[in-house]
Write a protein that binds this ligand. Sequence first.
Ligand code: NAD
Ligand code: DAU
Length: 339
Amino acid sequence: MTGAFEPRNIIVTGGCGFIGSNFVRWVAREHPAVHVTVLDKLTYAGNPANIAGLPAERVELVVGDVCDAGLLDRLVPGHDAIVHFAAESHNDNSIADPDPFVRTNVEGTYRLLEACRRYGVRLHHVSTDEVYGDLALDEPRRFRPDDPYRPNSPYSSSKASSDLLVRAWVRTYGVRATISNCSNNYGPYQHVEKFIPRQVTNVLCGRRPRLYGTGRNVRDWIHVEDHSRAVWDVLTRGRVGETYLVGADGERSNIEVLREILRLMGQPEDAFDWVRDRPGHDRRIAIDPTKLRDELGWRPVHTDFSEGLAQTICWYRDHEDWWRPAKEATEARYDALGM
Ligand code: NAD
Ligand code: DAU
């Protein structure tokens, strides 16, 4: 598909979660002619407040499960594309209970693929760089689209499975689908279970941040708005059947990120606790976004990580009413795991 696809009426699954809701707000702002139907089950990670205030004639919320084939039969016809964010997304939760990960991430993607096949609808599948596994800390290379899949956690293996289903439905049934595999997102509306919001809200609550293992694990950070633009670029200009890696050259060790948070929040650099490591913890994850840059001309706008982090910290300071209700239960879950 080159240059021609102009969606008018899209379904965004998982549009009440972190990245999905940022994407919905981005589309509403940047592409006002597009109507968005958000399909979201509203799990613990989905919050309708994330898309509140958007024009009702352009953004509609349907509460439902992507595994519900009957619902998809009613909803999908008449739409021209599905952007599929809905997933169970947190590694630690997948280690504690893989069940909903297999159901939503694998079966849910299968149901959507079947609906796309039946109704001839374009699909963009949002996935993760964790499908490629990890790299040693001293290995100079980054992941590229054709690298083998070697996922290490129940979460990443369920996402890898969903990617493989997409691949097969393109090849066997001619479903018009693309895949993007993105690195670690940060920004507003991210659930307090995730690394950056957890540490920021811990400081705001007077709790000490928690660092797993040695703190030397490396993640490749990208602002969620840059991810939204990449998803749109692949949906509208990406080649069907292709995989695009999304990343912003943002590699940092966890301890570096935590020290930057502490510095920006006026805390001493050792004001945190070491806790036990995550089982199977991926060491270094880093991706090479050359294909996305060269083919589609995508570039990240948020290139100053400290500035993006400072803005994100301000957002959490200003939105305690948004994160406070989930904080206690989240920390109780971590306490039970000793993390
Ligand atoms: P999230 O956990 O914040 O949001 C997930 C959303 O999906 C929630 O609104 C939830 O209610 C909804 N959902 C869950 N199960 C559902 C079901 N069965 N039916 C309908 N809706 C359901 O997740 P996120 O961090 O925004 O991630 C979104 C997508 O991006 C996921 O597919 C994830 O694998 C992928 N991804 C995330 C990151 C990251 O850094 N967070 C990076 C790369 C890729
Ligand atoms: O790489 C993309 C992936 O990034 C996405 O597919 C996932 O949906 C998303 O959750 C994220 O996975 P991570 O496991 O990398 O994110 P998390 O925020 O859970 O952790 C980031 C790093 O910080 C990881 O090395 C574990 C560590 N960590 C995490 C928490 C919550 C800590 O040291 N302390 C913590 O309290």
